[in-house]
Design a protein around this ligand. Structure first.
Ligand code: FA5
Length: 344
């Protein structure tokens, strides 16, 4: 029996050494130490032994069981340690590897330009005013000296919602609203940026939805020369110190006199080239002295107060400033186009 136990021990220890994972080890445990295992079998046969032999064999059998169990436990610990180390090695992070670049967005070119223009006018003491995009016919036209049926309404084709509601065609209704809120007391010094809508057919220079920035300054003794000074500062800051402006007579129902402002051509600086159609000038905005009727309708006394107003389209300004040849680029969201201006 002693030999049998010794044999079983060697066999079991051999299998423990050979076990490659915890599962195999578990099989060894069940095979040798389980209730139906060979050692239990040996112990069951002890009844046939003499009284002297019985404790000796019993002791030996327990020792063998103990040794096998210890060998299994030790091996299990080892295997678990190896497995853990392998897992940790697999999951370890190499902090020296180069990172994956993250795509970085940026503000839209128009947003940047509008903010730049806002900052410039805030620096000259203007405040920002906003108004609704769905506007009443009254503020969009009538309060601006454009009564119903006035032929000049045709200058701005409109999207009507009801007879009295429309998508605003310009940001000028914000000037009418703001003046009314001032209840006849100046000064009013605002710029009104925002989206506007017209029933224009989209082409390289027209969009049915675009942005405008309107400027308005109403106070005692505001003169045309003030308008010219403000516009000259604006043009030089946005387009460069070497650019000149000129004011040409024009017509808007809400200003009198009305002017169109041109800026000297970027390419030829005024001498004439194909970009400016040999004129040396490029038109950029409309302006004028606020019409006395508009002042009156907003509750201001035109004998006491005068004012100037101007309105520009940031898309057209961006096209001139950055050499963009088609207004539709601003709205088709082609990232290859937009990305060029992230650091502009
Ligand atoms: C006006 O809208 C006047 N309210 C501007 C004004 C304000 C004049 C105060 C005098 C005093 P106009 O229709 O010209 O004017 O439009 C102003 C600017 O909007 C134009 O110079 C142009 O830059 C831009 N614009 C006009 N129509 C379109 C269009 N369909 N797509 C893109 N930009 C446009």
């Amino acid at each position: 029996m002693k030999e049998r136990l010794e044999e079983l021990k060697q066999e079991a220890l051999q299998r423990v050494r050979e076990a490659e994972d915890v599962k195999q080890l578990q099989e060894v445990r069940v095979a040798y130490l389980g209730k139906k295992g060979p050692i239990t079998e040996v112990l069951r046969g002890m009844g046939k032994l003499s009284a002297e032999e019985r404790p000796v064999i019993g002791q030996l059998a327990n020792d063998v069981r103990g040794e096998i169990a210890t060998a299994i436990d030790t091996k299990q610990e080892q295997l678990e340690k190896v497995a853990l180390e392998a897992k940790l090695a697999e999951e370890s992070i190499d902090v020296t590897l180069p990172g994956r670049p993250v795509q970085q967005g940026g503000p839209h070119l128009l947003t940047k330009l509008i903010e730049e223009i806002e900052d410039l006018f805030i620096g000259m003491g203007f405040e920002i005013a906003e108004g609704p995009e769905v506007e009443q016919d009254y503020y969009n036209f009538e309060a601006l000296n454009l009564p119903k049926g006035h032929p000049a309404r045709d200058m701005q084709d409109s999207f009507y919602i009801t007879e009295d509601l429309l998508m605003r065609t310009h940001t000028s209704p914000v000037q009418a609203r703001t003046m009314k809120n001032h209840e006849g007391r100046g000064p009013v010094k605002i710029i009104c940026p925002g989206k506007v809508y017209r029933r224009d057919t989209d082409d390289a220079t027209h969009s049915h939805q675009f942005t405008q920035i309107e400027g308005l300054y109403v106070d005692k003794n505001v003169r045309m020369s003030d308008l010219k000074g403000v516009l000259d500062t604006f043009a030089k800051k946005i387009f460069g110190q070497n650019r000149e402006i000129r004011l040409r007579p024009s017509f808007f129902p809400f200003t009198e006199p009305s002017v169109e402002m041109d800026i000297s051509c970027k390419i030829c600086l005024g001498s004439g080239c194909s970009v400016c159609k040999q004129t040396g000038w490029i038109e950029i905005l409309g302006a004028g002295m606020v019409h006395p009727n508009v002042l009156k309708m907003a509750g201001f006394d035109p004998k006491v107060y005068t004012g100037f107003a101007f309105g520009m389209g940031p898309e057209r300004i961006a096209m001139l400033k950055y050499g963009v040849d088609d207004i539709r680029h601003f709205y088709t969201n082609d990232n290859r186009f937009l990305k060029q201006f992230h650091n502009a």
